[in-house]
Write a protein that binds this ligand. Structure first.
Ligand SMILES: [Zn+2]
Length: 134
């Protein structure tokens, strides 16, 4: 599909640092419990580190203890794109930024977390940039 923000690969490589590029553009995963936002409770809006689109807010962030920032809902359902991912011998749902197509993480359902949606958007810290509101 075509995204509003599309750039040649060399440009992404130049604009992002190696860790950001590996996750956002190559669908990598940062190691668990290493991301800068895993336990962050600061109020604010999490934007896409590749294009700046607003994706998640602190209101939907919850403590999943899974090692990555977890949200039970995106800021706006149109802000993210969900794609079936059959890599690594699993069937998962990949979460991408709907504006630039960059990889954010995966969404899991039915895990029994006491959240309004029973969904866990498991998102790499390196894909996000927090803009604090306080
Ligand atoms: Zn983006």
């Amino acid at each position: 599909m075509a995204y509003d923000v599309e750039k040649p690969d060399e440009q992404w490589r130049a604009e992002l640092n190696p860790a950001e590029y590996a996750v956002l553009r190559q669908a990598g995963t940062e190691p668990a419990f290493t991301g800068e936002y895993t336990d962050t409770k600061t109020k604010g809006v999490y934007s896409c580190r590749a294009c700046g689109a607003e994706l998640f807010t602190s209101t939907e962030k919850f403590e999943s203890h899974c090692g990555w920032p977890s949200f039970y809902d995106p800021k706006d359902s149109a802000a993210v794109e969900l794609i079936e991912d059959r890599s690594h011998g699993m069937v998962r749902t990949e979460v991408r930024c709907a504006r630039c197509g960059s990889h954010l993480g995966h969404v899991f359902e039915g895990e029994g977390y006491a959240t309004p949606t029973d969904q866990r958007y498991c998102i790499n810290s390196v894909s996000l940039k927090l803009e604090p509101t306080e």
